[in-house]
Design a protein around this ligand. Structure first.
Ligand SMILES: *Cc1c(COP(=O)(O)O)cnc(C)c1O
Length: 213
């Protein structure tokens, strides 16, 4: 068995212990197609990439070969890349601003969208402020007719992520009957995120090893 297959197996086992509903997204940025193929051989179907160009080069052929693969965009997107992103990605997790939402609406995008929430209110980080997330959701769905199905966050580094996972959850609770899927948790904190109710964890390093960027 490959190291990648072993890693996926042990991560899935750890997740399953705390939350039977949490799905694993394998984040393959900065790793090549052969790593992706090793993950597919281990049964992995959900993948995450940060950049449209890198993902297009890596996944166009692979998606043609394996129609069950779903690709999530988890990196920031410039509006001039929207068209290319829509050709490849199944889920856009980084709906993080009004201008981008309008651009997707203009292209009549049928993808699933997750709203990226700047859960630590960090000035350098992308995302909708937590207190504005519900209004933004209403705007995207009612006015722009986007199929918003999730909330995504990246907590501040070097802090306990738990209160930030809690606060993403509390935004979702306020949405009541409109409640969404939660994408939260990475290599360092995925068990915690799964225990707190994550529907998706996004894991790169713990599957594929360190990235040489
Ligand atoms: C790179 C990245 C990940 C994966 O990070 P690891 O720590 O390598 O697991 C998850 N989410 C986002 C948004 C990322 O950019």
């Amino acid at each position: 068995m490959s190291v990648i297959a072993e890693n996926i197996g042990s991560i899935k086992a750890k997740i399953a212990k705390v939350n039977a509903h949490t799905q694993l997204i394998a984040v393959s940025k900065n790793h090549d197609a052969s790593s992706v193929r090793a993950a597919i051989a281990a049964g992995q179907t959900l993948f995450g990439e940060n950049r449209v160009q890198e993902a297009t080069a890596k996944f166009t052929q692979i998606k043609a070969e394996f129609p069950s693969i779903k690709l999530h965009l988890i990196g920031p997107l410039q509006t001039n890349k929207v068209k290319d992103a829509l050709k490849l990605f199944d889920v856009i997790e980084t709906l993080d601003r009004e201008k981008l939402a309008r651009e997707f609406a203009k292209h009549n995008a049928q993808q699933e969208f997750f709203i990226q929430v700047n859960i630590g209110n960090e000035p350098q980080k992308a995302g909708i402020a937590p207190e504005a997330a519900i209004d933004f959701f209403k705007h995207c769905t009612a006015d722009l007719k986007l199929n918003v199905t999730g909330l995504m966050c990246i907590p501040p580094v070097d802090e306990n992520p738990e209160p930030f996972f809690e606060s993403l959850k509390s935004i979702n609770t306020k949405l009541g009957t409109h409640s969404l899927k939660l994408s939260m948790g990475m290599s360092a904190d995925y068990e915690l995120a799964a225990a707190q109710g994550a529907d998706f964890v996004r894991i790169g390093t713990a599957i594929f090893g360190e990235r040489n960027s």
